[in-house]
Design a protein around this ligand. Structure first.
Ligand code: SF4
Ligand code: SF4
Length: 331
C-alpha cells in the first residue's frame, strides 16, 4: 500500500514561506459553525503603521526564499480598514498574495484590487451567502486572478441542500469560466469540535465522490498576467505525487502528522488579530512574538508535530515529511 510520506512544494528544493494573517475578527456573517471569537468584532486589526513596521522586518528576513507568500484571513479580511492599501504595497514589493473571503462585498469593491491578488478563495457559507451574487462575483473575478471556490457543506439538512444546489449550479456554468471548486466538510477548522461525526452515510459518500475540479485551466494563472502561484503536492511512498487536496485528506482521516517533521515556523507563520505571532494556525509551541516587537526573528528549527490532527487547510499545506521513529526520538 502506498503511504503519504510528505507534503511539499511542487519543486521540493524550492524554499517558500507563507505568512497567514488573521487581520481581524470583523465579519458581516455569523455562521452557526463558527466560534464567536472568529467573527464577533472584538479585534479590529492593526493600523497601517504597525502593519508596515512588522512587514518590513518580515520581508528583510525572507529575502533568501524563492517565494514569499502572504495571505489574509479573518473574520472577513476585506473589512479590515487598511486592506486595499496593504495589498497594493505588498504587490509592489513582489510578494505573492492570497485572500480568503466570504465574497459578500459588492462587485465594485474588487475593481483595481483583484488583479493584484494571486489567488482568492471564495468561501460559500450557506446560511448567509446569496448564490446569485456569489456566481456574479466568480464571473467578475475569474479573469483577473486564480479563483478557488469552497462550498461549505454543513450536515444540517437545509444548509446542506443550499450548498449542494450551489454546487450543481457551478457545475452547469459555461466551461469557458476558469475557477477551481471544492466541497468542504466542516471539521474543527472553525474552532468547534469535529463535526465529521454528524454527517449521514449518504452525505459522506457525496463528499468523497464529488472531487475538486477545475472548470478549465484558470485564466488567472496564465503566464501573461500572473506571477508564480503557490502550489503544494502530496508525495507517496511509491514515488507518485498529486496536487494537495486538503478536503479529501480530512475526509479520509489522513490529516494526522503526529511525529512528522514539520516546517511550521521555518516556512510559515500565523498572526492573530491581536498581533500575536505563532508558528502555524495549530499554535504549536505557543506565542513566538508579536508584530509590535522590535527585532522579531523567524524560528530556524523544524518542529516534530505533537498534535493529534492538523485541522486547517493552511497548516496542512506547510511542508512536512514523515520522520522515522529513530530520527525523531532524539530531538
Ligand atoms: S465562518 Fe467565516 S464568514 Fe462565517 S462567521 Fe465565521 S468568519 Fe464570518
Ligand atoms: S498540526 Fe501544526 S505542527 Fe502538526 S503538522 Fe500541522 S502545522 Fe505542523
Amino acid at each position: 500500500m502506498s503511504l503519504l510520506t510528505a507534503i511539499q512544494p511542487a519543486i521540493p528544493e524550492e524554499r517558500q514561506i507563507h505568512l497567514c494573517w488573521m487581520v481581524s475578527n470583523l465579519c458581516d456573517f455569523k455562521c452557526s459553525y463558527c466560534a464567536p471569537s472568529n467573527h464577533n468584532g472584538t479585534v479590529r486589526g492593526p493600523n497601517l503603521e504597525a502593519t508596515y513596521k512588522f512587514l518590513d522586518q518580515f520581508l528583510e528576513q525572507t529575502k533568501k526564499f524563492n517565494l514569499v507568500h502572504v495571505s489574509f484571513t479573518g473574520g472577513e479580511p476585506t473589512l479590515w480598514r487598511p486592506f486595499k492599501e496593504v495589498v497594493q504595497n505588498l504587490e509592489s514589493r513582489g510578494v505573492e498574495i492570497g485572500l480568503t473571503t466570504n465574497g459578500q462585498r459588492n462587485i465594485n469593491f474588487w475593481d483595481g484590487i483583484a488583479e493584484k491578488i494571486n489567488w482568492i478563495c471564495l468561501s460559500f457559507h450557506t446560511e448567509s451567502a446569496d448564490p446569485d451574487h456569489f456566481i456574479k462575483l466568480i464571473s467578475a473575478l475569474e479573469t483577473k486572478t486564480s479563483v478557488n471556490v469552497r462550498v461549505m457543506m454543513p450536515p444540517d439538512a437545509t444548509l446542506w441542500s443550499r450548498g449542494y444546489n450551489l454546487w450543481k449550479r457551478l457545475q452547469q456554468l459555461d466551461s469557458s469560466w476558469g475557477f477551481f471548486m471544492e466541497m468542504v466538510a466542516l471539521e474543527d477548522e472553525f474552532g468547534k469540535p469535529s463535526m465529521l461525526r454528524l454527517y449521514s452515510t449518504e452525505q459522506l459518500a457525496i463528499l468523497k465522490s464529488e472531487r475538486p475540479r477545475h472548470s478549465k485551466v484558470p485564466q488567472g494563472v496564465s503566464p501573461q498576467n500572473r506571477k508564480q502561484v503557490w502550489t503544494t503536492r502530496e508525495f507517496y511512498s511509491d514515488g507518485t505525487s498529486q496536487i494537495l487536496n486538503q478536503p479529501q485528506l480530512v475526509l479520509n482521516n489522513a490529516n494526522k502528522f503526529r511525529h512528522w517533521k514539520c516546517n511550521a515556523g521555518t516556512e510559515s507563520i500565523y498572526i492573530e488579530g491581536d498581533g500575536k505571532i505563532y508558528k502555524a494556525g495549530c499554535k504549536v509551541d505557543g506565542v513566538i512574538g508579536s508584530i509590535d516587537q522590535e527585532n522579531f526573528r523567524l524560528p530556524v528549527k523544524q518542529v516534530i508535530c505533537p498534535k493529534e490532527s492538523c485541522f486547517c487547510g493552511t497548516d496542512i499545506a506547510i511542508k512536512k515529511e514523515f520522520a522515522e521513529k529513530k530520527r525523531w526520538k532524539f530531538f
